[in-house]
Design a protein around this ligand. Structure first.
Ligand code: DHB
Ligand code: FE
Length: 280
């Protein structure tokens, strides 16, 4: 039986990837960001997950306004870093886990979640920056990754409640896989940020910290937050936070918090990061 061994949340700011790739991680501005991930790097080196089910959003890299899947599961053997305008990030390609991914696709679709199946796509900063934050700069990522892309770019994104319910179904899917695998579920993106318009630069530390509390202790309340509240309180790109609810739904009712980090600024975004384990 495959097991969900932990959940991780983290922001995915592209400038974090650029800081690492361009040798600027030691600068004081970036040191403050990376210091919040030292615990995670030590922890994950011991945890050694076999597979990370990585919930992220594509930023018009693999998809565009031509094609907007609400939920898309990566079932391929390999996913390469996307060219987001400066050439692909110089990070390893991602090795998929097709057998588990197809099992999850079948289980979720038969559970009435209508996923898009993607055998071929490139993965952008939404997926590669969380890997860099958690694993640093290895020659190859130390585990397999199932990319799970959620549309939070073009209205209408899925509701938090739908993401939370999908997370619960994801738990059933992973736990019914016949294979002795340690699987982590990561919910990425957020926290508060707005990249355009008169409110560009918006950060709301009070909302973010309340959201961190709710994700840990009262996920039902977090799942009930409507889109308009995310937009009003956390900015237009704060809606990325619905992706964290997929991770939280997969962990079960009660969790233990192993680590929590919150930091502003990182580019235009408030960085939030949690490591959670399902409570025994
Ligand atoms: C920034 C944050 C994002 O989530 C993103 O996708 C692009 C840019 C930023 O903070 O600059
Ligand atoms: Fe983003």
């Amino acid at each position: 039986m495959a097991k969900i061994t932990a959940g991780v949340t983290t922001s995915h700011v592209p400038a974090i990837g650029a800081a690492l790739d361009n040798g600027r991680a030691g600068e004081p501005y970036w040191q403050k960001v990376f210091s919040g991930y030292e615990f995670a790097k030590r922890w994950i080196a011991e945890e050694k997950p076999d597979v990370v089910f990585l919930v992220y959003n594509d930023h018009a890299s693999a998809f565009s306004l031509d094609l907007i899947p609400t939920f898309a599961i990566g079932t391929g053997e390999r996913f390469n870093p996307a060219d987001e305008g400066w050439g692909p990030r110089p990070v390893p390609g991602v090795e998929g886990a097709p057998e588990l991914a197809f099992h999850i696709a079948q289980s979720l679709i038969l559970d009435d979640f209508d996923l898009t199946i993607v055998n071929k796509m490139d993965v952008d900063h939404g997926l590669t920056v969380p890997l860099s934050l958690m694993f640093g700069q290895p020659d190859a990522w130390p585990c397999k990754v199932i990319p799970f892309a959620v549309n939070v770019v073009q209205y209408p994104p899925p509701s938090g409640a739908r993401c939370y319910a999908l997370g619960k179904a994801l738990r059933r899917a992973i736990e019914s896989f016949d294979g002795d695998l340690k699987v982590q579920v990561w919910g990425t993106g957020g926290m508060s940020h707005q990249l355009q318009g008169p409110r560009a630069g918006l950060i709301n530390a009070e909302f973010d910290n309340r959201f961190l509390d709710l994700i840990v202790n009262d996920p039902e309340a977090a799942a009930a937050i409507p889109h308009v509240e995310y937009i009003r309180e956390a900015g237009s790109e704060g809606i990325e936070l619905v992706m964290w609810l997929i991770m939280r739904g997969a962990l079960g009712d009660k969790v233990d918090q192993l680590h929590r980090f919150y930091h502003v600024p990182a580019s235009n975004t408030a960085v939030g990061h949690l490591i959670l384990k399902g409570a025994a």
